[in-house]
Every structure is written in C-alpha cells, then in structure tokens.
Design a protein around this ligand. Structure first.
Ligand code: ATP
Ligand code: MG
Ligand code: MG
Ligand code: MG
Length: 487
C-alpha cells in the first residue's frame, strides 16, 4: 500500500538522523520571531538565519548546530513568497505546507554530499524511479556577476542523471532568496515527471537544494556570507502525492479527510478534482480553497497569529473571509461549518504538531466567531444595498458614499472588491470615479504630515487605518499605514 503521509515524514527525518548523523530540531512557530522582513515563516531556513548571517549567540544551542533536519510549518501568503492566489486554482500550491529540510552549516558538507543524500533518499528509500526525476541548476546571472554552477551539473551527471534531464535556468528559478533581504544563493532543484510519457514530461518541483553564500542587503547588493551552508527544502504534500501515485496534493491522506468532511457537511457532490474551465461551477476549486485555508487558519491561530487588522493578522483575516465566501456561496455550507473542520485538521496534523491538539477548542471557537461576524456583515451589507437600490432610478450608478461606508472598518469592513461583486450580482454599476475620489480624499485626510508611504506613491491600507483611528490607537511604525505591501 502507498506510504501514509506520517510515514513519509518520519522516513525523511530518520534517514537524515540515522544514516547521515543529523540532529532533529522541532519546527519553529509560523510566527516569525524578531524578523520584521517576514510576515510568516516561509521556509525551513528562517529559524537558522542567525547562523547564515554569522550573528548566532555563541552561548546558544544553535551555535553548536552542524547537521540538522526537520519538518517546518510554512505559510506562503504574503511578502516575497505569496501563493495565496494560486490556491484553489492548481494542484500543488498551498498557503500552509510542510517543508522537509536538511542543513549543513559552515561547510560541514556541501554540494556533492547534499546532492547524493537527496538522490539516495528519493530513489533508494522512497523508491522513486530515477527516470521520472529531472534536475535544474543555476545557469548564472551576468548582470549580477554570478557564474553558472557547472560544478552542480557535473555532480548530477556523476550520480547518473543523463544530460538530457539536467537543465539550467536563470536567477528567477535557480537563485533562492528568503525575502527582499536576507541570506540567498544558487540552488539546484529536483523535479518529478507526473506524466511519465517520453517527450511530454509534466514536471512538479519537489526539492530545492540551496547553497547559501550571499546576503541580499537592503540596497539590493549581494554581500558574501562569512561561511557557506547547505539549506534544503522539500514540500511534504507534493512528495506524498508522488509516493501515493497521485498528480494532486489534494488526493492524499493529508487532504482527503478534509474533502470528505466538506462533502458530508455541505450539500454538494463529492470532490472530483476538476481544475480551470473544467470546474465550471467552481465546486472543486471551493473544496480546495476551504481545505487549504482551514489548515492555514488552524496552524496560524495555534501559533498565536489571530485574524486582525494589520500585517500577518490582516492576511489571516482575508484568508478566513475567502474560506467563508467559498464555503457559503459555492458549497452552501451551513453556519459554523468552517469551525467544524478544525478537529479534522487536528486529526491529520496534530501528531506532528502537538500545539494544534493543545489549542484545538480555542481555534475552532475563534474561527466560528469570526465566520459569524463576517456573515453578519455580509447580510447587513446586502440589506443596505437593497435599500439603496430602491431609491435609485433605473440608469443611476450606485452611490460611491454608500459603497465606501460599507467598506469602512467602523461600519461593516467589507472589502471593496466584494462590495463591487455584490453590486454586479444585482446588475448595478458602481460610481467608481466617485469611489476613487473618496479613497483619495480619505488617504490625504489621514496622512497630513509627510508620509514615507505616500511619497513613494504606494497605496494606504485605509480600511485598517480607519479602524485604528476609530479605536483611538495612535499610529506607530507598526500600524497599517505602513502595510502597503498587502494591498
Ligand atoms: P514553486 O516553483 O512550485 O512555486 P518554489 O520554487 O517557490 O516552488 P521553494 O521556495 O524552492 O519553492 O521551496 C522548496 C519546496 O517547497 C518546493 O520545491 C516545493 O516542494 C515546496 N513548496 C513551495 N511552495 C509551496 C506551496 N505553496 N505549497 C506546497 N509546497 C510548496
Ligand atoms: Mg513558488
Ligand atoms: Mg520553483
Ligand atoms: Mg524552488
């Protein structure tokens, strides 16, 4: 029988511990600790950033790390690594996923050993046929003065990968960076051919092996790191799909209990895995969005990120609202449905991440409360729209002031694009020029003094700002005024 996800995760960890002498370390929280360059932890290497930068406290346990491995909870829903828009649309990207990784610090081992360990694990331990694996390497970046990594190419050839399956790519694909600043370096990636048809490979990226050698400074320049390190990351969900003979991460035991629970709890046909235009009623897309988002919500809340008004909490609130809309509007989920999925998440992930078990009840009630609040706002919004429509002539546009007031946090806080959609459903045009003007006036009004955000021509998060002002919270460097990247 195909290996279960928990066995796949365990096999990775014991391979690096028992065969190659790595120390296992727990996953860090998805809430970054003392790193303002990140909204969420987005890779296994985040917690080791001080080692890469050479700033680790010599008295700390981390100072003794040479070879380590772990399974890291990652969220890619904001900042440089943001896959939120892909979720639901494809069969391989999640907002929350687990990254299996191994590290060698300070030259403990480097390219040759890293590649041969990865190859050994995939082909001998997991038994993936070699002819389904492709590899890519860094082809150089003349503009940045970086040479092609021909050493890596030779390593793969010497491991028996035929030249036809060793491909070179530019910095976009094969130079990995954790954020706009921070440790980075050339990488080599292992891809799996889902199709297995000669001449028509259908590749999914499985594992990225990064050779950390530089730090991207705030001015964009690369500085050499004090030492060289190996940093690898492989998506557990994708690996499990491959080992379970599936083309989709959703068709694995990490997601199937959630998909079944959605089927049982909503009045919809079972999940069929349709994508794109084939999913004309968007039911399968909604299945994927809801299953993905409830995992992200559960993991984030367990780690102390709650849906809120700015930064990561604001992103989480958007994720919650997206899940509510897909579940209620497409899947006809009953009220309180999202919260009822939390125990299913805990069932599938709780053994690996006990903080989920510990906080299960709190997570479920928070999700339920936020879902109810959002649904109530939606309902009130619809009523206000109805009432407004009654006093409009047949060719009148919907008044900008009403749309704007629906969006203000002090009132309903509905996202403007949602208000727009609700109006489209009614076949009404919105006075968008008027709305734009209101937004501008509001922004000017809010930011009277010189404002770095405005000076750079960036958009303000006026909703969140309005909410803060309503509550009388004075602005700080942390306030949503500076959260322009989220809009
Ligand atoms: P992709 O090109 O598929 O978006 P990536 O190059 O952005 O992946 P890396 O930053 O190299 O991903 O991360 C290492 C590994 O983590 C990937 O090889 C993949 O297996 C996994 N991974 C990355 N992003 C996701 C995601 N959003 N959902 C699930 N797994 C992911
Ligand atoms: Mg990506
Ligand atoms: Mg990639
Ligand atoms: Mg990659």
């Amino acid at each position: 029988p195909p290996a279960r996800a928990s066995a796949v995760r365990d096999a990775f960890l014991s391979f690096f511990r028992d065969r190659h002498g790595h120390r296992l370390v727990p996953s860090a929280s998805v809430r970054p600790r003392g790193d303002p360059s990140l909204l969420f932890v987005n890779a296994g290497m985040n917690q080791f950033k001080p080692i890469f930068l050479g700033t680790v406290d010599p008295r700390s346990e981390m100072a003794g790390f040479r070879r380590v491995a772990n399974s890291q909870k990652c969220v890619r829903a904001g900042g440089r690594h943001n896959d939120l828009e892909d979720v639901g649309r494809d069969l391989s990207h999640h907002t929350f996923f687990e990254m299996l990784g191994n590290w060698a610090f300070g030259g403990e081992y480097f390219k040759e050993e890293a590649c041969s360990m990865a190859w050994e694990l995939l082909t001998q331990v997991y038994g993936i046929p070699e002819d389904r694996l492709w590899v890519s390497y860094f082809g150089g970046d003349p503009k940045a003065g970086l040479d092609p990594d021909l050493e890596i190419r030779d390593i793969w050839l010497s491991l028996g990968v035929p030249a036809s399956r060793v491909l070179s790519f530019g910095p976009q694909e094969n130079f990995w960076e954790m954020g706009d600043t921070g440790p980075c370096g050339p990488c080599t990636e292992i891809h799996y051919d889902l199709a297995g048809v000669v001449g028509a490979p259908q590749l999914v990226e499985l594992w990225n092996l990064v050779f950390m050698q530089h730090n991207r400074e705030a001015d964009g320049r690369l500085q050499p790191l004090p030492q060289r390190h190996v940093d690898t990351g492989m998506g557990l969900e994708r690996l499990v799909a491959v080992l379970q003979g599936r083309c989709s991460t959703y068709d694995t035991d990490l997601f199937s209990p959630l998909l079944s629970a959605i089927h049982r709890g909503c009045r919809v046909p079972p999940y069929l895995g349709r994508v794109g235009v084939a999913d004309e009623d968007r039911v399968d897309t909604a299945y994927r969005v809801v299953a993905d988002h409830i995992r992200t919500l559960s993991v984030c809340i367990a780690d102390g990120i709650f849906p809120g008004m700015s930064g990561a909490p604001l992103v989480l609130r958007r994720i919650l609202r997206r899940a509510v809309r897909f579940s209620t509007e497409v899947l006809q989920a009953p009220p309180g449905f999202l919260g009822s999925l939390v125990p299913v998440v805990v069932e599938t992930l709780g053994d690996a991440y006990p903080e989920l078990q510990k906080n299960s009840a709190q997570i479920a009630s928070l999700v339920t409360e936020d879902e109810a609040a959002f649904l109530a706002s939606l309902q009130r919004g619809r009523r206000i729209i109805e009432r407004t429509l009654k006093r409009l002539g047949p060719s009148d546009a919907f008044p900008a002031e009403v749309a704007w007031s629906l969006s203000l946090s002090g009132n309903l806080g509905l996202p403007l694009d949602l208000v727009q959609l609700m109006l489209e459903e009614k076949g009404v045009q919105l006075d968008s020029a008027g709305l734009e003007q209101l937004a501008q006036e509001e922004a000017q009004h809010r930011a009277q003094q010189a404002d770095p955000v405005q000076e750079r021509g960036l958009r303000l998060d006026v909703h969140a700002l309005g909410e803060l002002q309503r509550r009388g919270v004075p602005p700080t460097d942390d306030s949503p005024k500076y959260n322009y990247s989220l809009q």
